[in-house]
Design a protein around this ligand. Sequence first.
Ligand SMILES: [Zn+2]
Ligand SMILES: [Zn+2]
Length: 125
Amino acid sequence: MGTLRHEELRLLEEYSSYEQGTLQLEEQSLCSALDKLSAVEVVCPLCKKSTLMLNKSVIFCKCGLRIDTEQDGLSLGNVQRLLEMGLEQHGAACHCEPVYSLVSDAGPTNLLMTCPDCDWMSVVI
Ligand SMILES: [Zn+2]
Ligand SMILES: [Zn+2]
């Protein structure tokens, strides 16, 4: 009986230290995932100087860019992907650098990507 209890205790100790170990690991990977999230830096396509910021559903920049993505619920990561996708699609057909502008025809503001060279026009956001 004595030895069994001892063995049980040892196993319990081992188990709990194992559990603590994985917990710490999980916390670490969660932290680095959060770091990655907050490290998403999207350079503003309009001024190409500041990085875009997100406040609830509004994407904005110091230069005055302001786009409400209420309907889409975009994250900065989404915006980055949309910008990259637009560049990729246009870049497949044309090598000129597209120009970005804001349009709001009495409705929500959209970010428009146009190219003066090939008449490309697409809505990014
Ligand atoms: Zn800007
Ligand atoms: Zn073009």
